[in-house]
Design a protein around this ligand. Structure first.
Ligand code: CUA
Length: 327
């Protein structure tokens, strides 16, 4: 039993070491660096105290009383039983507070991005200097590297928690409140984020990606995203667009440059350029898009998107292909 638990623990530590996209042990920025150091100091500090307690307990249990009289010595009790834990724990506490106070990444933010948690996805607004949304996206946040980004965190319904372990600690999104979080990515990469506060049935499927890019790449990406959706030229995609509009998809989704202007669900203007659909649940491709359109309630029960089971075959493929083409 015990060795199974130990093996399980070793497997857990090794497997969690494999994941570099979503791991506080693979920091991608200064904030996460500090969180990692703090974690190790707390883990080692707590581990040493734990070991000491276990050793003393074992001595008390298994060593004959006449051979461990030193344990009842008043000075031993005062120094090791009171002074040592008070000093050690106070030092760890003060260290923790000091690190926490310096967690906010200094420097003027390169960009302000509003992220709104909804059951169970993330609405993303890239704000201009006045705080007005300029570009709307969903479930994926692209940022330039090397400079702090200010995240303005809100919720549309219940409490969610915004967490990108490789970049920063978690911060709750609380109804009626705006929380501001500032952190940076040092190097380009894909960092996975996850809602870290239980928020209903599909809490586990409320993930997102932060894609950090070199500044030039980011500017080019932003300039492309701000454009309306490309007009389809291939027959299948033209048909897909028509079916998308005929089936009322535009009542809930925006595709800029088309009559689709519903604000309830994710903006789909450039959905084909995103890594995932359904908030990090599936990779974006024609197959997953078709599956999601026809069976979204089967794949993620309780989400606001109804299953369009009426759509099949060529029609379903055409809509999925159209959405996938929106790069
Ligand atoms: Cu949103 Cu858990």
């Amino acid at each position: 039993m015990v060795h199974r638990a130990v093996l399980g623990l070793i497997a857990f530590v090794m497997l969690s070491g494999c994941n570099t996209q979503q791991s506080a042990f693979h920091p991608g920025g200064p904030h996460a660096d500090r969180v990692e150091t703090l974690s190790w100091v707390m883990f080692i500090g707590g581990g040493l105290i734990f070991l000491l307690v276990i050793v003393l307990t074992a001595i008390a249990m298994f060593v004959a009383p006449e051979r461990r009289q030193w344990m009842t010595n008043r000075r031993f009790i005062i120094w090791l039983g009171i002074v040592f834990p008070v000093v050690t724990l106070t030092a760890l506490l003060v260290y923790g507070f000091t690190v926490a106070r310096h967690l906010v990444t200094p420097g003027s933010p390169a960009l302000r991005i509003e992220v709104v948690g909804e059951m169970w996805w993330w609405r993303v607004h890239y704000l201009d200097a006045q705080g007005t949304p300029r570009l709307v996206s969903a479930n994926e946040i692209r940022i330039p590297t090397g400079r702090p980004i200010e995240f303005v965190l809100k919720t549309e319904d219940v409490i969610h928690s915004f967490w990108v372990p490789s970049l920063a600690g978690k911060l709750d999104m609380i109804p009626g409140r705006t929380n501001v979080y500032r952190f940076a990515a040092d190097r380009p990469g894909i960092y996975r984020g996850q809602c870290a506060e239980y928020c209903g049935d599909q809490h586990a499927l409320m993930a997102f990606y932060v894609v950090a890019m070199e500044s030039n790449d980011f500017e080019a990406w932003y300039a492309a995203q701000i454009q309306p959706a490309a007009e389809p030229v291939v027959t299948q995609l033209i048909q897909g667009k028509e079916l998308f509009l005929q089936n009322g998809c535009g009542a809930c989704h925006v595709v800029r440059g088309t009559p689709a202007n519903g604000a309830l669900g994710p903006d789909l203007t450039h959905v084909g350029s995103r890594l995932s659909i359904a908030a990090g649940t599936y990779p974006t491709n024609v197959g997953t898009l078709a599956g999601w359109i026809s069976s979204s309630q089967h794949l993620k029960p309780g989400n606001l998107m109804p299953s369009f089971g009426n759509l099949q075959g060529e029609e379903l493929r055409a809509i999925a292909a159209y959405l996938e083409s929106l790069k």
